[in-house]
Ligand binder design. Structure first.
Ligand SMILES: *Cc1c(COP(=O)(O)O)cnc(C)c1O
Length: 320
């Protein structure tokens, strides 16, 4: 299922009145450090704290009247849950979210706060996909996948569309990658609006399935990666939508370690005064740790989210 620039543009019209047009920030310190002119698209300021609102709202808005009435189901312990819950609330679509019993309390509370019904499961003994599919069958709910869906990828691509409209074109665009919804959507937008731009996905080193799949041109699946970048703990890219789009439109991949990610998170907090979650810092980290030479280039960097438990992060800082 291909996603075209027209799909991204249509998604943008759909979400325009409800999504925030997030700021694009620059930093003289980071420009001096990298020798590049860097523009950060700050999706940590998006509603519910991450870009995932864009795709979820774009998907829910396109359901039929009957599907909207019956409701949706998603399984996620993270930002996709909150994105579906908030989109459901705004569109009057009942949302059921399947979450693990050990999900962070703040995330459970936020998801319930948006009016979603939360169904808890035991992550060690139960299969969340099975639970969600069973709920979908019993109650006639529509399953909203986190990345491998054309409406999700098109919605996420609006982040790059805004970034290029506001500050582009670019020589280089760096984008965090988990299942590849954000990366594939942004690559589709960049191909159209900034054709000379190289688009690079950034993954945690422990979860480099995307980089491997990109090299081998075969979808590679790994065990759940052990990384602090919880938004990128995906086993593989999406076989139907995101992997084909990435093969077609993306120019390469980079990886960063958890230790580098922590350092970059604190750097962004201290120097740019912005709260960024580990997954949200992936692309910035690749630039800050000079995984590639960006000297003289105009660079776009997507900061994808800001939902981090500060007590946890402070403890990690203290432990170093
Ligand atoms: C989900 C998520 C990602 C990864 O997005 P994919 O579309 O799965 O590649 C990156 N950053 C944050 C903050 C996320 O929530």
């Amino acid at each position: 299922m291909a996603v075209t620039f027209d799909d991204v543009a249509a998604a943008h019209e759909r979400i325009r009145a409800v999504a925030r047009r997030t700021p694009v920030l620059t930093s003289a310190t980071i420009d001096a450090l990298t020798g590049a002119r860097v523009h950060f698209k700050c999706e940590n300021f998006q509603r519910m704290g991450a870009f995932k609102f864009r795709g979820a709202y774009n998907a829910l808005a396109q359901l039929s009247a009957e599907q909207k009435e019956k409701g949706v189901v998603a399984f996620s312990s993270g930002n996709h849950a909150q994105a579906v819950a908030l989109s459901g609330k705004l569109l009057g679509v009942p949302a059921v979210i399947v979450m693990p019993t050990d999900a962070p309390k703040v995330k459970l509370a936020a998801t319930r706060g948006y009016g979603a019904e939360v169904i808890l499961y035991d992550a060690h003994n139960e299969d969340r996909q099975k639970i969600a599919e069973q709920l979908a069958a019993e109650r006639g709910l529509t399953l909203i996948p986190p990345f491998d869906h054309p409406h999700i990828a098109a919605g996420q691509g609006t982040a790059a569309k805004e970034l290029i409209e506001d500050a582009g074109p670019f020589d280089l665009l760096l984008v965090p990658c988990g299942g590849g919804g954000l990366l594939s959507g942004c690559a589709v937008a960049a191909r159209q609006l900034s054709p000379q731009c190289r688009v690079i996905g950034v993954e945690p080193a422990a979860g480099d399935d995307g980089a491997r799949s990109f090299r081998s041109k075969q979808l590679e699946t790994i065990g759940t990666p052990d990384t602090i970048a919880d938004g990128a703990r995906t086993a593989s890219l999406g076989p139907n939508v995101t992997f084909p789009l990435i093969l077609k439109h993306v120019d390469g991949f980079l990886t960063v370690t958890d230790e580098e990610l922590l350092q970059s998170m604190f750097f962004l907090w201290e120097r740019m005064k912005i709260v960024v979650e580990p997954t949200g810092a992936l692309a910035a980290c690749a630039l800050l740790t000079k995984k590639l030479d960006a000297k003289g280039m105009k660079v776009g960097v997507v900061i994808s989210g800001g939902n981090v438990d500060l007590a946890w992060a402070a403890a990690r800082l203290g432990a170093r």
